[in-house]
Design a protein around this ligand. Structure first.
Ligand code: BEZ
Length: 208
């Protein structure tokens, strides 16, 4: 069975491009953006690694540590990072996990055998400081991920945690959020003294 939202992200030990890690210790009290890609020295993956590196300040500002994975070795990853840096105008500093025996990719359900028995698909796990999986996404090998969406969903998760709210479709930071149905009007008056817009009794929007 695949890993589900709400489950504790499985811990593992691995070699990475920045040295050996134990995953939970490496996450520490931060969030993690753990993402797999099919193979080093491939075009879509090269752009994704470059984009993640270019956005490192955005991840850091949100307390999020990126970490990649493919079923290649540390030596291959390190040679490939030189290409990523050259072609994507960046200096990649976050770790990429080596997983030549596929053990971590299998643990996280990143190998979709109908696509490839040896290469990972493009999986995303957003993991919180309690090591809980908060979001999963799976993209096919041929489609690069949307990193605006990855940052947006991190903003939505962190805003939800901070203010006990939900976020509507296409929400962006600064826009109104939703009072969850689990909070009745009486309780909402205490939590949101600024008041809210009631579109339906079950659809209440509030500025925070
Ligand atoms: C790529 O990164 O370009 C790629 C990798 C594996 C399959 C298809 C595309």
């Amino acid at each position: 069975m695949s890993l589900r939202i709400g489950a504790i992200a499985p811990d593992f030990q691995a070699e990475t491009t920045t040295g050996p890690i134990r995953f939970h210790d490496w996450i520490g009290d931060q969030w993690a953006f753990f993402f797999s890609h099919p193979a080093d020295f491939t075009p879509v993956c090269t752009t994704e690694m470059g984009r993640t590196s270019q956005l490192i300040d955005q991840f850091t500002a949100r307390g999020v540590k990126p970490i990649g994975l493919s079923t290649d070795s540390v030596e291959e990853h390190l040679k490939w990072i030189e290409d990523v840096n050259d072609t994507q105008n960046t200096t990649l500093t976050f770790p990429i996990v080596a997983d030549p025996n596929l053990s971590i990719a299998r643990l996280y359900g990143m190998i979709h055998e109908a696509e490839s028995e040896t290469a990972a698909v493009r999986s995303v796990f957003i993991i919180d400081p309690a090591k809980k999986i908060r979001l999963t996404m799976t993209y096919p090998m041929s489609v690069g991920r949307n990193f605006d969406e990855i940052l947006r969903v991190i903003d939505a998760l962190q805003t939800g945690d901070r203010h006990k709210v939900a976020t509507p479709a296409d929400w962006r930071p600064g826009e109104k959020v939703i009072i969850p149905p689990s909070i009745g009007d009486e309780a909402a008056k205490g939590i949101f003294p600024q008041g809210w817009e009631e579109i339906r009794p079950y659809l209440r929007k509030v500025e925070i």
